[in-house]
Design a protein around this ligand. Structure first.
Ligand code: HEC
Ligand code: HEC
Length: 283
């Protein structure tokens, strides 16, 4: 057989093997941080048009609430002002248990109630990616809390298994919860905390920041929420920040990151959102 006849075969073999090749931890982490997980939605300085170029994960003033004034620190790999000197285990412990290497607890609104359930593969991928983000020098101001932080966010998490992708509803629950913490913004605040128990996803949380005042939407399948949206409508609102009526969503809804969510993951997210108990928007 001559080489010309062989070429199409070789091409097919190459395509097939690259499609079958599993993502490396770094590829997984790059995808997650720049899409669903969106650490930068809090940790990267934001401009009116999205994340500030050249300042990825360099830290910023985040939010002032009646209970606290939070600054998201520099988590680029700068050794002095970022987390360049932290070991992989220390960074994982900070993400899942909310604990710094010196033993102190990290305060809200970093969503540890969700990040505690992040799988070992995903959290390791995120750390692999953080190691590649260019270092930026920036010392963030300390946050202040008008209440004592708890001693811990729960029993120490050391290992979490992967969530299989074969059941879209289950995987969608993992994507919108432990990875994306959608519910931390989309559940109303009662007694200083999101009311996950009675009003999961019912919206009505008031968020004040550089974007002005944004009120989170009801994303349950209630008439106040996304009941009348098609799957495509929900997916489009998440990834483009545009509602079915053409109106635009405001930050801090994370569409600058969510635009990179892959179609399969979006499908699973929508499948799970449809199963959440419908709740009216709090008045
Ligand atoms: C909702 C906003 C928010 C999100 C999302 C978020 N963080 Fe944070 N993070 C914070 C805030 C605020 C602090 C500081 C709290 C304090 O001062 O105690 C913090 C602290 C940290 C710290 C401790 C840094 C230090 O020097 O003390 C690390 C590490 C960290 N975050 C990593 C991450 C990673 C990685 C992600 C994505 C997986 C992430 N964060 C997502 C808000 C957020
Ligand atoms: C940092 C807070 C925050 C996070 C995290 C967040 N959202 Fe939002 N979301 C908002 C806000 C605020 C709005 C309303 C913006 C407006 O009214 O302009 C919104 C609006 C929406 C809408 C539009 C609903 C409508 O009224 O048409 C959908 C759908 C949505 N979010 C889904 C999600 C999903 C799914 C996730 C997780 C992947 C998520 N959001 C994560 C803050 C957030």
């Amino acid at each position: 057989m001559n080489i010309r006849a062989l070429l199409p075969c070789l091409l097919l073999i190459t395509l097939a093997t690259s499609a079958a090749r599993a993502e490396t931890p770094l590829e997984r982490g790059r995808y997650l941080v720049n899409s669903i997980v969106a650490c930068g939605n809090c940790h990267t300085p934001q401009t009116p048009n999205g994340p500030e170029a050249g300042k990825e994960l360099a830290g910023q003033f985040l939010i002032k609430t009646p209970g606290f004034t939070a600054y998201a620190p520099n988590i680029s790999r700068d050794p002095e002002t970022g987390i360049g000197k932290w070991t992989d285990e220390q960074i994982i412990n900070a993400i899942r248990n909310g604990r710094r290497p010196d033993g102190t607890l990290i305060g809200p609104p970093m969503p540890f109630e969700f990040y505690r359930h992040m799988s070992d593969s995903d959290v390791k991928g995120i750390v692999a990616y953080l190691r590649t983000v260019p270092p930026v020098k920036n010392t963030a101001t300390r946050s202040t809390y008008n209440f004592p932080l708890p001693p811990a966010y729960g029993p120490e998490v050391t290992t979490v298994p992967d969530v299989p992708k074969d059941d879209p509803v289950k995987y969608g629950e993992y994507l919108t919860g432990p990875l994306a913490h959608c519910w931390a913004c989309h559940s109303p605040i009662v007694n200083g905390e999101p009311d996950y128990e009675h009003q999961f996803g019912a919206g009505g949380q008031v968020l004040e920041g550089p974007w002005g005042v944004a009120v989170t939407a009801n994303i349950t399948p209630h008439e106040d929420g996304i009941r009348d949206y098609s799957d495509e409508d929900i997916a489009r609102a998440i990834t483009t920040g545009v509602r079915p009526d053409g109106s635009k969503l405001s930050a801090p809804m994370g569409f600058y990151y969510y635009k990179n969510i892959r179609p399969d993951d979006l499908k699973a997210m929508v499948a799970y959102i449809r199963t959440v108990p419908p709740k009216p928007t709090p008045k």
